[in-house]
Write a protein that binds this ligand. Sequence first.
Ligand code: 13P
Length: 281
Amino acid sequence: MLRGSNFRRLNTGRVPHANHDKMFVAGNWKSNKSFNEAKEFANAMSAMPAIPEGVEVMMAPPAPYLAALGSSGLPCRLGAQNVSATGPGAHTGEFTADMLTGCGVQDVIVGHSERRDGYGDTDDTVAEKVNRVLESGLRVVFCCGESLQDRQTDVHFDKVLRQMESAILHLPLEVMDRVVVAYEPIWAIGTGLTATAEQAQEMHAAIRGWLVEAFNAEAAAKVPILYGGSCKPSNADELFACPDVDGGLIGGAALDPESFRAIIDAAGRVAANRMSIDTGA
Ligand code: 13P
């Protein structure tokens, strides 16, 4: 097994930092907003200035709104918050990855802690959902993260890297350009508590190091690693400035178009900075 202790060792300068093309800001509305409110948000976002260069944006509304927003609505990538672990057939209430594709969905969030903790998504279920998403040609936003108890007992690296191992290790190298990892410490989700920039960078570097060992440095550098957990306009600049933080998965602050936009602009500033470093400007 690829163990956390290895990755703390790797986190000493051997691991290349991210060099994928874009910062990525993804919103997750969870079970919030009426359909009218969703359409109002889409209109408000459409009326805003263009998304800054070097930033990719995704919004994941509740599933019943996907088809409508996919055909008319959001000026960004469309994401789903969940997917079935099974294919088509007699599975009442489930929706398959291929059905999402038909609704204009491009990205699917899998493994969110709210689904792991509240709706029975085990590591095996999560791994199967990751497979289904990638087999359908979609991009997966794979969530991982530790509980407060994990952090307090110093097993947070092992916990997160074990989640990576269970859902990502088996994937063929050629699909890794459709994998996004979202590190969401459970104790920071919806609590107002945020990981410090140091805590986020340390875990993101460990995840990057794991990807280097599991695949290779080039693939690892291209996987966007997002931070999620009470990310908001007031802390986005600091979090995104960390070299291995490539954007955010945003819950509460994605419900309001202005605050979501402010986070997109923070990503735009970091993207401009990274581009100027890359070009030596
Ligand atoms: P909050 O930004 O509300 O903490 O939620 C984060 C999250 O769970 C996004 O998926």
